[in-house]
Design a protein around this ligand. Structure first.
Ligand code: KMT
Ligand code: NI
Length: 177
């Protein structure tokens, strides 16, 4: 996993969009905005005690696997467009990359975009209420596990979604961090 502040160019969303000079973002900085990360062995995800432990400790009872590729995902173009709209959810977004690569962009506390490059073996949780978006990179392929506490709710609220209680709660959580 590698993360950096994004430039604001209009170039293809699948490009890295690094600043020049590069402004890397550390795990500690991500934790301050409520983003948590684990590194796992994706080759053994079907019987991985480490993954089991994380799921148990965090109550991630639900899981499924999504393959994001033009020939595999129904309504591929439409879904990718939706994923890249800035949005929030009322629950945490938990993703584990099993194959390929992808970018998760999150807003920092000053509303600047941080790009998180997620590759095979990277698992992440984005807190409920954080504004974020998702895109494939130039390789145009990823396979990811989606985890959820209880029955999954995929509903996304596009920005502006500032009136939700969860958004207020999230914003308040940044204050003393
Ligand atoms: C979301 O809500 O941003 C997503 O589900 C992203 C795609 S899942 C790898
Ligand atoms: Ni999302």
């Amino acid at each position: 996993m590698e993360a950096w502040y994004m430039d604001d160019s209009d170039a293809d969303q699948r490009l890295p969009h690094k600043l020049d000079p590069d402004r890397p973002v550390s795990l500690e900085q991500l934790e301050k905005i409520g983003v948590f990360y684990w590194k796992l062995n994706a080759d053994t995800y079907e019987s991985d005690p480490e993954l089991e432990k994380i799921r148990k400790e965090n109550g991630y009872s639900y899981m499924d696997i999504i393959t994001i590729h033009k020939d595999k995902l129904p309504n591929y173009e439409e879904k990718l467009k939706m994923f890249f709209e800035e949005h929030l959810h009322l629950d945490d977004e938990i993703r584990y990359i099993l194959e390929g690569r992808a970018y998760f962009d999150v807003r920092d506390k000053d509303d600047r975009w941080i790009r998180i490059c997620m590759a095979k073996g990277d698992m992440i949780t984005l807190p409920a209420g954080i504004y974020h978006r998702f895109t494939l990179d130039e390789t145009n392929y990823t396979k990811a596990m989606r985890l959820f506490v209880g029955e999954p709710v995929w509903k996304a609220y596009n920005r502006p979604a500032d009136d939700f209680e969860i958004r207020q709660k999230y914003v308040n959580s940044l204050r003393c961090a």
